[in-house]
Design a protein around this ligand. Structure first.
Ligand code: 5AD
Ligand code: SF4
Length: 488
């Protein structure tokens, strides 16, 4: 990320009469300046500012990418609004399950009719779904009114692509199959002033057999630790107190760097950053979670007491077919070790139901793990066949009725253990990072505890972004009601 003032002084030196430079990120600075001219020219003719809206689907990675896209849009002169009526709408898409794709197609239908009313309207699509060749074919055939399509590897080129889009009448498509490039130092618009996601790596090399991510996000690439530390220091100097380190598999961070660094080592360095109060990370793969990491978490004052440890399935047979590379017993041993070493930790997980060949007995084993680990929360998904993944070619699909039955049984077990875990902090005083005024009651603010549970308590906007000691008075399942602890 680059600060506005620094970027402005670079932009001043750029002469648009010259050709665009080849090297990045200079090339993008050139196109940002060029895009500014286009946007201000259009605004002048319309007699109002051009508006833009970004709609984000999917995970934290996409949310982070959208902050980068919005940073570029604001920089080139768009006014960001929260309405798909905007002059430019981008959809940052997800494709991890098919229903995410269907939602995008649904929205595009709506966009088509809006576009007929606003001839200046432009529609851009980006993100994971665009990395699938079948999606591009479908867009070309059935949604030709889309103006710009790009993927996950070239979001840094947004300014250049916008210039191309405004200079052309047809659909601009720019999709890269993979990349080894990491382009830094572009603007970003953070959603929260006090907390931020920080990419530490991109892509995934695990190839779990059901998962499309390795195909749409490419091979694993770790960022240089000094770049990560520099970015966090800059964020802290801007008022950020909590960072979320992002990667598809953070536990394998740094293995492919010229000078390999472990994730635990990176965390030790992040911990040293003065002014940073909290560290979170997402997502951990059980197979790579080291004793060193457990040790660093245990002894850390800043790493939050929450670990998301996707299980996916509890039967070793299904885990093997999923290519998860751990057994039920290995997972349980790891979960027990974590609970033993860090007793106040909150454990959450992801589980898939209905993977090819999964029987009721396999789901019984998943339920066994749920009961034994006692997750604080679990996200349960119905298996979705993704074209091109090894699981898509597997025989033995599970019927809808079986899936429904198994899913309901699993959900019941998940809810029971979550209920058992909920409320265990009642009566305690805990530090909460206040995030916002409560949506339903403006006399309350909502904050997040170290273990990721929400607490609502009386307070006002002056508390937003502050770590505040709160007495947890009542538990309501996934949240607490509390009051500020004054120390009296
Ligand atoms: N079908 C259903 N769920 C999936 N996930 C990933 N791929 C699929 C799929 N094809 C789930 C996994 C992962 C979470 C982000 O999404 O549980 O951890
Ligand atoms: Fe997908 Fe597995 Fe990589 Fe996670 S670790 S992104 S589930 S392939």
């Amino acid at each position: 990320m680059i600060k506005n003032e620094a970027l402005e002084s670079i932009l001043e030196t750029i002469d648009l009469r010259n050709d665009a430079p080849a090297e990045e990120p200079l090339r993008q600075y050139y196109f940002m300046k060029k895009a500014r001219e286009i946007v201000s020219d259009k605004s002048r003719r319309l007699g109002r500012r051009l508006t833009a809206d970004g709609e984000t689907f999917g995970c934290q990675m996409n949310a982070k990418d959208s902050e980068k896209l919005i940073g570029i849009l604001k920089n080139i002169g768009f006014e960001m609004i929260d309405s798909e009526e905007a002059d430019l709408v981008f959809y940052n898409t997800c494709t991890v399950r098919d229903n995410a794709n269907q939602r995008v197609y649904g929205r595009l239908g709506l966009m088509h009719s809006m576009k007929k009313k606003n001839p200046h309207k432009k529609i851009a699509l980006c993100g994971c779904m665009m990395q699938e060749p079948s999606v591009i074919e479908k867009l070309q055939k059935s949604y030709p009114f889309v103006d710009l399509v790009f993927g996950t590897h070239n979001i840094y080129k947004f300014a250049e692509l916008l210039v191309a889009m405004y200079s052309s009448d047809g659909m601009i498509i720019d999709i890269w199959k993979d990349t080894d490039k990491i382009v830094e130092d572009l603007p970003a618009q953070r959603k929260y002033s006090f907390k931020s996601g920080v990419n530490i790596m991109y892509g995934c090399n695990n190839f779990c057999s059901y998962c499309i991510v390795p195909y749409v996000r490419g091979r694993e690439r770790s960022r240089d630790p000094t770049d990560i530390l520099r970015e966090i220091e800059q964020l802290v100097s801007d008022g950020v107190v909590e960072v979320m380190l992002l990667g598809q598999n953070v536990n394998s961070y740094g293995k492919t760097l010229d000078t390999p660094v472990s994730f635990a080592e990176l965390l030790r360095e992040v911990e040293k950053i003065e002014g940073l109060e909290r560290i979170r990370f997402m997502t951990s793969h059980p197979k790579d979670l080291s004793d060193e990491l457990i040790d660093v978490m245990k002894n850390s004052k800043k790493i939050c007491r929450h670990l998301h440890l996707p299980l996916q399935a509890g039967s070793t047979k299904i885990l093997t077919a999923m290519n998860r590379r751990y057994t039920k017993e290995q997972y349980l041993e790891l979960a027990h070790k974590i609970r033993r070493e860090i007793p106040d930790i909150s454990l959450t997980t992801d589980i898939i139901v209905g993977f090819p060949g999964e029987t009721a007995a396999d789901v019984d084993e998943t339920i066994e793990v749920v009961k034994e680990v006692e997750y604080d929360n679990a996200f349960t998904f119905i298996y979705s066949k993704r074209t091109g993944t090894p699981a898509a070619a597997m025989q033995n699909p599970v019927t809808d009725e079986e899936i429904k039955e198994n899913f309901d049984r699993l959900l019941k077990a998940v809810q029971e253990t979550a209920k058992k875990r909920a409320g265990r902090l009642t009566g305690q005083i805990q530090s909460a990072l206040v995030e916002e005024i409560n949506e339903h009651d403006s006399a309350l603010v909502s904050g997040r505890l170290s273990n990721n549970t929400i607490v609502h308590f009386p307070g006002d906007a002056s508390l937003i972004g502050k770590l505040t000691d709160v007495r947890l008075k009542e538990s309501h399942g996934f949240y607490y009601i509390g009051e500020i602890e004054t120390g009296n």
